[in-house]
Design a protein around this ligand. Sequence first.
Ligand code: SAM
Length: 353
Amino acid sequence: MTTLLLDRRPATEVIAEASATTPRLVDPFGRAITYVRLSVTDRCNFRCVYCMAEKMTFLPHAKVLRLEELDRLCSIFVGLGVKKIRLTGGEPLVRRGVMNLVQSLSRRLRSHELDELTLTTNGSQLARYADELAACGVKRVNVSLDTLDAATFAAISRHGALSDVLAGVEAADRAGLKVKINAVAQKGITEDCAVSLIRWAHGRGFDLTFIEVMPLGDVEGAWSQRFMPLAELRANLSRHLSLLPTPYRSSGPARYWHVEETGGRVGFIAPMTHSFCESCNRVRIACSGRMYLCLGQEAAVDLGKVLRATDDDNEVAETIRVAVALKPKGHAFGASEASAPRGAARSISVTGG
Ligand code: SAM
Protein backbone atom coordinates (compact mmCIF):
# COMPACT_ATOMS: atom_id res chain seq x y z
CA MET A 1 0.00 0.00 0.00
CA THR A 2 2.74 2.40 1.03
CA THR A 3 4.55 1.66 -2.23
CA LEU A 4 1.47 2.54 -4.22
CA LEU A 5 0.99 5.78 -2.32
CA LEU A 6 4.59 6.90 -2.63
CA ASP A 7 5.20 5.67 -6.14
CA ARG A 8 4.32 8.33 -8.71
CA ARG A 9 3.94 5.85 -11.57
CA PRO A 10 0.45 4.70 -12.65
CA ALA A 11 -0.92 2.05 -10.25
CA THR A 12 -1.23 -0.53 -13.05
CA GLU A 13 2.49 -0.26 -13.75
CA VAL A 14 3.39 -0.69 -10.08
CA ILE A 15 1.08 -3.68 -9.72
CA ALA A 16 2.49 -5.28 -12.90
CA GLU A 17 6.00 -4.85 -11.55
CA ALA A 18 5.03 -6.27 -8.15
CA SER A 19 3.47 -9.37 -9.68
CA ALA A 20 6.53 -9.83 -11.89
CA THR A 21 8.79 -9.96 -8.83
CA THR A 22 6.41 -11.91 -6.57
CA PRO A 23 7.08 -15.65 -6.74
CA ARG A 24 4.18 -17.37 -8.36
CA LEU A 25 5.00 -20.91 -7.31
CA VAL A 26 4.61 -21.36 -3.59
CA ASP A 27 4.30 -24.78 -1.97
CA PRO A 28 2.00 -25.67 0.94
CA PHE A 29 4.81 -24.93 3.40
CA GLY A 30 5.19 -21.37 2.13
CA ARG A 31 8.41 -22.06 0.22
CA ALA A 32 8.71 -20.11 -3.03
CA ILE A 33 9.95 -22.25 -5.90
CA THR A 34 12.34 -20.09 -7.88
CA TYR A 35 15.00 -22.64 -8.85
CA VAL A 36 14.79 -25.43 -11.44
CA ARG A 37 17.40 -28.12 -11.88
CA LEU A 38 16.98 -29.59 -15.31
CA SER A 39 18.57 -32.89 -16.23
CA VAL A 40 19.12 -32.57 -19.98
CA THR A 41 20.15 -36.20 -20.33
CA ASP A 42 20.27 -39.25 -18.07
CA ARG A 43 23.40 -40.44 -19.93
CA CYS A 44 26.91 -39.86 -18.72
CA ASN A 45 30.39 -40.67 -19.96
CA PHE A 46 31.35 -41.65 -16.38
CA ARG A 47 29.90 -44.38 -14.16
CA CYS A 48 30.71 -43.06 -10.69
CA VAL A 49 30.32 -45.97 -8.29
CA TYR A 50 27.92 -44.20 -5.89
CA CYS A 51 25.79 -42.83 -8.74
CA MET A 52 25.40 -45.46 -11.44
CA ALA A 53 25.69 -49.18 -11.94
CA GLU A 54 28.36 -50.41 -14.35
CA LYS A 55 25.62 -51.49 -16.76
CA MET A 56 22.93 -48.84 -16.96
CA THR A 57 19.62 -48.85 -18.78
CA PHE A 58 18.92 -45.37 -20.05
CA LEU A 59 15.63 -43.86 -21.19
CA PRO A 60 14.67 -44.67 -24.79
CA HIS A 61 15.32 -41.64 -27.03
CA ALA A 62 11.62 -41.19 -27.75
CA LYS A 63 11.01 -40.49 -24.06
CA VAL A 64 13.70 -37.82 -23.88
CA LEU A 65 12.37 -34.33 -24.56
CA ARG A 66 13.85 -32.60 -27.59
CA LEU A 67 15.93 -29.51 -26.88
CA GLU A 68 13.09 -27.29 -28.16
CA GLU A 69 10.73 -29.01 -25.72
CA LEU A 70 13.14 -28.47 -22.84
CA ASP A 71 13.43 -24.83 -23.84
CA ARG A 72 9.65 -24.47 -23.92
CA LEU A 73 9.37 -26.04 -20.48
CA CYS A 74 12.03 -23.67 -19.11
CA SER A 75 10.15 -20.70 -20.58
CA ILE A 76 6.99 -21.79 -18.82
CA PHE A 77 8.87 -22.02 -15.52
CA VAL A 78 10.39 -18.59 -16.11
CA GLY A 79 6.87 -17.31 -16.67
CA LEU A 80 5.99 -18.76 -13.27
CA GLY A 81 8.71 -16.76 -11.55
CA VAL A 82 11.66 -19.16 -11.69
CA LYS A 83 14.87 -17.10 -11.53
CA LYS A 84 17.59 -19.71 -11.66
CA ILE A 85 18.08 -22.71 -13.92
CA ARG A 86 20.83 -25.25 -13.45
CA LEU A 87 21.48 -27.70 -16.28
CA THR A 88 22.62 -31.06 -15.04
CA GLY A 89 22.34 -34.75 -15.87
CA GLY A 90 23.65 -37.37 -16.39
CA GLU A 91 26.40 -35.28 -17.89
CA PRO A 92 24.79 -32.18 -19.44
CA LEU A 93 27.69 -31.53 -21.81
CA VAL A 94 27.42 -34.93 -23.51
CA ARG A 95 23.92 -34.16 -24.77
CA ARG A 96 24.25 -33.49 -28.48
CA GLY A 97 23.38 -29.88 -29.32
CA VAL A 98 23.17 -28.83 -25.68
CA MET A 99 24.75 -25.46 -26.51
CA ASN A 100 21.67 -24.63 -28.61
CA LEU A 101 19.64 -24.90 -25.42
CA VAL A 102 22.17 -22.80 -23.49
CA GLN A 103 22.09 -20.16 -26.24
CA SER A 104 18.33 -20.12 -26.27
CA LEU A 105 18.11 -19.81 -22.48
CA SER A 106 20.71 -17.06 -22.48
CA ARG A 107 18.15 -14.69 -23.99
CA ARG A 108 16.25 -14.98 -20.69
CA LEU A 109 19.38 -13.74 -18.94
CA ARG A 110 19.69 -10.82 -21.29
CA SER A 111 16.04 -9.87 -20.70
CA HIS A 112 16.63 -10.22 -16.92
CA GLU A 113 13.80 -12.73 -16.60
CA LEU A 114 16.45 -15.16 -15.31
CA ASP A 115 19.02 -14.16 -12.70
CA GLU A 116 21.25 -17.13 -13.33
CA LEU A 117 21.88 -19.93 -15.78
CA THR A 118 24.46 -22.39 -14.60
CA LEU A 119 25.43 -26.03 -14.78
CA THR A 120 26.81 -28.95 -12.85
CA THR A 121 29.29 -31.01 -14.81
CA ASN A 122 31.92 -33.67 -14.41
CA GLY A 123 34.25 -31.23 -16.22
CA SER A 124 35.39 -33.68 -18.88
CA GLN A 125 33.91 -31.61 -21.75
CA LEU A 126 34.61 -28.15 -20.36
CA ALA A 127 37.80 -27.64 -22.36
CA ARG A 128 35.57 -27.72 -25.43
CA TYR A 129 32.65 -25.63 -24.14
CA ALA A 130 33.94 -23.21 -21.47
CA ASP A 131 34.36 -20.20 -23.81
CA GLU A 132 30.94 -20.68 -25.37
CA LEU A 133 29.30 -21.03 -21.97
CA ALA A 134 30.91 -17.80 -20.81
CA ALA A 135 29.81 -16.05 -24.02
CA CYS A 136 26.23 -17.16 -23.29
CA GLY A 137 26.26 -15.42 -19.92
CA VAL A 138 26.99 -18.43 -17.73
CA LYS A 139 29.01 -17.06 -14.83
CA ARG A 140 29.59 -20.10 -12.63
CA VAL A 141 29.93 -23.84 -12.98
CA ASN A 142 29.99 -26.59 -10.39
CA VAL A 143 32.53 -29.26 -11.24
CA SER A 144 32.33 -32.64 -9.52
CA LEU A 145 35.75 -33.88 -8.50
CA ASP A 146 36.32 -36.27 -5.61
CA THR A 147 40.08 -36.72 -5.72
CA LEU A 148 43.28 -35.53 -7.39
CA ASP A 149 44.76 -39.00 -7.41
CA ALA A 150 44.50 -40.31 -10.98
CA ALA A 151 44.15 -43.98 -10.01
CA THR A 152 41.52 -43.29 -7.34
CA PHE A 153 39.69 -41.02 -9.80
CA ALA A 154 39.64 -43.79 -12.41
CA ALA A 155 38.38 -46.28 -9.82
CA ILE A 156 35.54 -43.99 -8.68
CA SER A 157 34.46 -42.76 -12.12
CA ARG A 158 35.11 -46.13 -13.83
CA HIS A 159 35.27 -44.41 -17.25
CA GLY A 160 36.90 -41.06 -16.53
CA ALA A 161 40.38 -39.59 -16.87
CA LEU A 162 41.46 -37.06 -14.27
CA SER A 163 43.54 -35.17 -16.85
CA ASP A 164 40.40 -34.35 -18.90
CA VAL A 165 38.68 -32.91 -15.86
CA LEU A 166 41.70 -30.85 -14.84
CA ALA A 167 42.00 -29.50 -18.40
CA GLY A 168 38.28 -28.64 -18.26
CA VAL A 169 38.64 -26.83 -14.96
CA GLU A 170 41.57 -24.84 -16.31
CA ALA A 171 39.62 -23.88 -19.43
CA ALA A 172 36.65 -22.77 -17.32
CA ASP A 173 38.90 -20.66 -15.14
CA ARG A 174 40.57 -19.11 -18.19
CA ALA A 175 37.18 -18.34 -19.69
CA GLY A 176 36.32 -16.37 -16.55
CA LEU A 177 33.79 -18.85 -15.17
CA LYS A 178 33.70 -19.06 -11.38
CA VAL A 179 34.41 -22.68 -10.54
CA LYS A 180 33.07 -24.49 -7.50
CA ILE A 181 34.31 -27.99 -6.81
CA ASN A 182 31.89 -30.56 -5.39
CA ALA A 183 33.27 -33.73 -3.83
CA VAL A 184 31.25 -36.68 -2.56
CA ALA A 185 32.63 -37.82 0.81
CA GLN A 186 33.41 -41.52 0.73
CA LYS A 187 34.64 -43.65 3.60
CA GLY A 188 38.13 -45.02 3.03
CA ILE A 189 38.80 -42.54 0.20
CA THR A 190 38.09 -38.98 1.23
CA GLU A 191 40.15 -39.17 4.43
CA ASP A 192 43.23 -39.39 2.19
CA CYS A 193 42.14 -37.02 -0.59
CA ALA A 194 40.44 -34.14 1.18
CA VAL A 195 43.40 -32.07 2.34
CA SER A 196 45.13 -32.03 -1.05
CA LEU A 197 41.80 -31.27 -2.76
CA ILE A 198 41.23 -28.30 -0.44
CA ARG A 199 44.75 -26.95 -0.92
CA TRP A 200 44.51 -27.36 -4.69
CA ALA A 201 41.05 -25.72 -4.97
CA HIS A 202 41.86 -22.82 -2.67
CA GLY A 203 45.21 -22.31 -4.38
CA ARG A 204 43.20 -21.52 -7.52
CA GLY A 205 40.54 -19.43 -5.78
CA PHE A 206 37.80 -22.08 -6.04
CA ASP A 207 35.27 -22.86 -3.31
CA LEU A 208 35.01 -26.53 -2.45
CA THR A 209 32.03 -28.36 -1.00
CA PHE A 210 31.84 -31.85 0.38
CA ILE A 211 28.55 -33.71 0.25
CA GLU A 212 27.40 -36.81 2.10
CA VAL A 213 26.71 -39.74 -0.15
CA MET A 214 22.99 -40.50 -0.39
CA PRO A 215 21.32 -43.87 -0.82
CA LEU A 216 20.03 -43.23 -4.33
CA GLY A 217 19.77 -45.51 -7.31
CA ASP A 218 20.48 -49.13 -7.92
CA VAL A 219 24.26 -49.03 -7.53
CA GLU A 220 26.65 -51.87 -6.74
CA GLY A 221 27.87 -52.08 -3.14
CA ALA A 222 26.17 -51.09 0.10
CA TRP A 223 25.58 -47.41 0.81
CA SER A 224 26.67 -47.94 4.43
CA GLN A 225 30.13 -49.09 3.24
CA ARG A 226 30.63 -45.72 1.52
CA PHE A 227 28.89 -43.38 3.91
CA MET A 228 31.07 -41.00 5.88
CA PRO A 229 29.26 -38.46 8.09
CA LEU A 230 30.65 -35.00 7.39
CA ALA A 231 31.18 -34.38 11.12
CA GLU A 232 33.69 -37.23 10.94
CA LEU A 233 35.37 -35.75 7.87
CA ARG A 234 35.58 -32.34 9.55
CA ALA A 235 37.16 -33.86 12.67
CA ASN A 236 39.62 -35.63 10.41
CA LEU A 237 40.43 -32.40 8.52
CA SER A 238 40.94 -30.53 11.79
CA ARG A 239 44.02 -32.65 12.43
CA HIS A 240 45.66 -31.06 9.37
CA LEU A 241 43.97 -27.67 8.91
CA SER A 242 42.45 -24.98 11.14
CA LEU A 243 38.74 -24.74 10.32
CA LEU A 244 36.72 -21.82 11.66
CA PRO A 245 32.92 -21.69 11.26
CA THR A 246 31.72 -18.73 9.18
CA PRO A 247 28.28 -17.14 8.89
CA TYR A 248 28.74 -17.07 5.08
CA ARG A 249 25.82 -18.68 3.22
CA SER A 250 25.41 -19.36 -0.47
CA SER A 251 21.89 -19.80 -1.82
CA GLY A 252 22.14 -23.58 -1.24
CA PRO A 253 22.19 -25.88 1.78
CA ALA A 254 25.97 -25.82 2.43
CA ARG A 255 27.45 -24.68 5.74
CA TYR A 256 30.85 -23.03 5.29
CA TRP A 257 34.08 -23.09 7.24
CA HIS A 258 37.07 -20.86 6.75
CA VAL A 259 40.41 -22.61 6.33
CA GLU A 260 43.06 -20.53 8.04
CA GLU A 261 46.06 -22.03 6.17
CA THR A 262 44.60 -21.45 2.68
CA GLY A 263 42.37 -18.43 3.26
CA GLY A 264 39.61 -20.27 1.36
CA ARG A 265 36.16 -21.60 2.21
CA VAL A 266 35.07 -25.19 2.48
CA GLY A 267 31.38 -26.10 2.44
CA PHE A 268 29.63 -29.13 3.89
CA ILE A 269 26.28 -30.43 2.64
CA ALA A 270 24.96 -33.10 4.93
CA PRO A 271 21.63 -34.42 3.64
CA MET A 272 21.95 -37.59 5.73
CA THR A 273 22.76 -36.05 9.09
CA HIS A 274 21.17 -32.59 8.88
CA SER A 275 17.86 -31.43 7.56
CA PHE A 276 17.82 -28.25 5.48
CA CYS A 277 14.54 -28.84 3.69
CA GLU A 278 12.84 -25.85 5.32
CA SER A 279 14.70 -23.57 2.90
CA CYS A 280 14.18 -25.74 -0.21
CA ASN A 281 13.33 -23.52 -3.19
CA ARG A 282 13.77 -26.02 -6.00
CA VAL A 283 12.20 -28.67 -8.17
CA ARG A 284 14.06 -31.11 -10.38
CA ILE A 285 13.12 -32.11 -13.87
CA ALA A 286 14.29 -35.25 -15.59
CA CYS A 287 15.06 -35.20 -19.31
CA SER A 288 11.72 -36.93 -19.91
CA GLY A 289 10.01 -33.89 -18.42
CA ARG A 290 9.12 -35.73 -15.23
CA MET A 291 9.20 -33.20 -12.42
CA TYR A 292 10.44 -34.48 -9.07
CA LEU A 293 9.40 -32.38 -6.13
CA CYS A 294 12.12 -33.71 -3.82
CA LEU A 295 15.44 -35.45 -4.48
CA GLY A 296 14.80 -38.09 -1.85
CA GLN A 297 11.11 -38.79 -2.43
CA GLU A 298 9.05 -40.33 -5.19
CA ALA A 299 6.53 -37.47 -5.57
CA ALA A 300 6.59 -36.62 -9.28
CA VAL A 301 4.43 -35.35 -12.12
CA ASP A 302 4.94 -36.14 -15.80
CA LEU A 303 5.17 -32.68 -17.36
CA GLY A 304 6.62 -34.20 -20.53
CA LYS A 305 3.34 -35.94 -21.24
CA VAL A 306 1.33 -32.77 -20.67
CA LEU A 307 3.77 -30.71 -22.75
CA ARG A 308 3.46 -33.08 -25.69
CA ALA A 309 -0.31 -33.24 -25.44
CA THR A 310 -0.98 -29.51 -25.71
CA ASP A 311 0.28 -26.35 -27.41
CA ASP A 312 -1.25 -24.31 -24.62
CA ASP A 313 1.50 -23.21 -22.23
CA ASN A 314 -1.13 -22.14 -19.68
CA GLU A 315 -2.27 -25.73 -19.38
CA VAL A 316 1.29 -26.84 -18.61
CA ALA A 317 1.71 -23.95 -16.16
CA GLU A 318 -1.47 -24.98 -14.38
CA THR A 319 -0.18 -28.57 -14.07
CA ILE A 320 3.03 -27.20 -12.55
CA ARG A 321 1.08 -25.10 -10.04
CA VAL A 322 -1.04 -28.08 -8.99
CA ALA A 323 2.05 -30.28 -8.74
CA VAL A 324 3.96 -27.82 -6.55
CA ALA A 325 1.10 -28.14 -4.08
CA LEU A 326 2.28 -31.77 -3.66
CA LYS A 327 5.85 -30.87 -2.70
CA PRO A 328 6.79 -32.92 0.37
CA LYS A 329 8.03 -31.17 3.48
CA GLY A 330 11.41 -32.88 3.30
CA HIS A 331 13.42 -35.84 2.11
CA ALA A 332 12.88 -39.08 3.97
CA PHE A 333 16.44 -39.94 4.87
CA GLY A 334 17.37 -38.42 8.20
CA ALA A 335 19.78 -38.82 11.10
CA SER A 336 17.58 -41.29 12.92
CA GLU A 337 17.45 -43.44 9.83
CA ALA A 338 21.12 -43.15 8.98
CA SER A 339 21.83 -46.75 9.86
CA ALA A 340 19.10 -48.04 7.58
CA PRO A 341 18.21 -45.11 5.35
CA ARG A 342 15.50 -45.11 2.77
CA GLY A 343 16.46 -43.33 -0.42
CA ALA A 344 14.83 -43.13 -3.80
CA ALA A 345 15.11 -46.05 -6.19
CA ARG A 346 16.17 -43.78 -9.05
CA SER A 347 19.71 -42.57 -9.51
CA ILE A 348 20.56 -38.90 -9.05
CA SER A 349 21.51 -39.03 -12.74
CA VAL A 350 17.81 -39.35 -13.56
CA THR A 351 16.56 -36.66 -11.22
CA GLY A 352 19.47 -34.35 -11.87
CA GLY A 353 22.13 -33.75 -9.24
N1 SAM B 1 27.56 -35.30 -14.48
C1 SAM B 1 27.44 -34.11 -13.71
C2 SAM B 1 28.45 -34.12 -12.59
O1 SAM B 1 29.25 -35.04 -12.49
O2 SAM B 1 28.44 -33.16 -11.81
C3 SAM B 1 26.06 -33.80 -13.19
C4 SAM B 1 25.23 -34.90 -12.65
S1 SAM B 1 25.87 -35.67 -11.20
C5 SAM B 1 24.58 -36.82 -10.89
C6 SAM B 1 25.65 -34.39 -10.00
C7 SAM B 1 26.31 -34.58 -8.68
O3 SAM B 1 25.66 -35.60 -7.96
C8 SAM B 1 27.77 -34.96 -8.74
O4 SAM B 1 28.50 -34.06 -7.93
C9 SAM B 1 27.79 -36.33 -8.15
O5 SAM B 1 29.00 -36.57 -7.52
C10 SAM B 1 26.64 -36.28 -7.20
N2 SAM B 1 26.11 -37.58 -6.81
C11 SAM B 1 25.81 -38.62 -7.59
N3 SAM B 1 25.32 -39.66 -6.87
C12 SAM B 1 25.31 -39.23 -5.58
C13 SAM B 1 24.91 -39.84 -4.35
N4 SAM B 1 24.44 -41.07 -4.32
N5 SAM B 1 25.03 -39.11 -3.23
C14 SAM B 1 25.51 -37.84 -3.26
N6 SAM B 1 25.90 -37.21 -4.39
C15 SAM B 1 25.80 -37.90 -5.54
